[in-house]
Design a protein around this ligand. Structure first.
Ligand SMILES: [Fe+2]
Length: 342
């Protein structure tokens, strides 16, 4: 696989490329208008036309979604972790075999991690100006498992799904494979294998950095100029420096998620991490400096921009705005990444 330059690892919000028919449910009534983005990795997109900004495997996938208010994303389950970071708009998540086990309305800054094997759906309940970033576990996040109504209903609109989750559009002249090569609906017994999740259990899997206190004096650079920050341990094992802080959600996802809140001119001083990381800006403007092998990059980042950072690259990032900024950090793996200050 071609090695990416550091410049190619920065994906600005304006570089995200939407796909309006990424999934088999997009032609069903009230499901149209959904736009899906694959920022890092293919995720679980079913349409071969979906653009992927960064193809290189990271150990997890990063995507995005927006949805007109009043439309919804159908009930489905995943074989790996699925985490959403609400960037814009208000979103109602609901779950269970028929979507009636519980619901929660989330707002910008909220993060939710939906358990593997639980049927979930969501809709926009606020402004049409909405967007969520999504993280899926593992390099291969498997297939989407749709509720039976999607598989049955999509055929009416000449959309079909093969057993390996490839979208077939007979309207566009694609040939319909034999029935035994198509995705089958789930039996009652299979449906019983899926998790039921109580509203209390799901509520414990929601975190909002701007509403929580966070931790100070966690990182080794906090007493040094430019290193002031508050750390939020959201999912899994983040850094060796943060081992004393217990994350909000502990079950393995194949990645960890943390966040920092930094005042102007502060953030991370120069350091290395021995795992691949992705930064996602939630708020504020930041200046990142990266050095890796003979490559060097200095780049401004704004809300919803992402950057992929190779393992062991030297990185520094500072809030260049005039108020606090929030930066989310995704780290590959289920064990704490070794952090080395330069
Ligand atoms: Fe999903």
């Amino acid at each position: 696989m071609q090695t990416l330059t550091l410049a190619q690892r920065v994906v600005k919000k304006d570089d995200y490329v939407p796909c309006a028919e990424a999934f088999v449910d997009t032609r069903l009534p009230n499901r149209d208008g959904k736009l899906n983005y694959c920022i890092i990795g293919p995720g679980v997109a079913e349409n071969s036309k979906q653009h992927i900004n960064i193809v290189e495997p990271h150990g997890f996938n990063v995507g995005g979604v927006s949805l007109p208010t009043g439309k919804y994303n159908s009930l489905h389950a995943h074989e790996t972790a699925e985490v959403f970071l609400i960037c814009r708009g208000d979103w109602r998540f609901f779950w269970g075999h028929d979507g009636s086990d519980g619901e929660v309305v989330l707002s910008p800054g909220d993060v939710i991690t939906v358990p593997v094997g639980c049927f979930r759906a969501f809709e926009s309940v606020g402004s049409d100006d909405n967007f969520m970033i999504s993280f899926l576990g593992e390099d291969d996040s498997g297939n989407v498992i749709w509720e039976n109504a999607v598989i049955e209903g999509a055929a009416e609109f000449r959309f079909y799904l093969t057993k390996d989750s490839k979208l077939i559009d007979t309207n566009a002249g694609q040939e319909l494979p034999p029935k035994d090569e198509l995705m089958q609906t789930l039996s009652e017994d299979q449906l019983l294998q899926f998790h039921r999740v109580s509203p209390l259990e799901m509520a414990a899997r929601v975190y909002n950095v701007s509403k929580m206190t966070g931790h100070n004096n966690v990182f080794g650079d906090e007493s040094i100029d430019g290193g002031e920050k508050t750390f939020h341990a959201i999912i899994g094992e983040n850094f060796t420096d943060t081992k004393q802080v217990k994350s909000h959600v502990l079950n393995p996802h194949s990645f960890a998620l943390g966040a920092i809140v930094a005042p102007p001119n502060n953030g991370f001083n120069a350091h290395q991490v021995d795992a691949v990381q992705v930064y996602v800006v939630e708020s504020g403007n930041w200046l990142i400096t990266l050095e890796h092998n003979d490559d060097r990059l200095v780049r401004e980042l704004g809300p919803e921009d992402t950057v992929s950072i190779p393992a062991n690259a030297i990185r520094q990032i500072k809030n260049t705005g005039d108020s606090d900024g929030i930066l989310h950090i995704v780290t590959a793996g289920n064990t704490a990444a070794q952090l080395t200050w330069i």
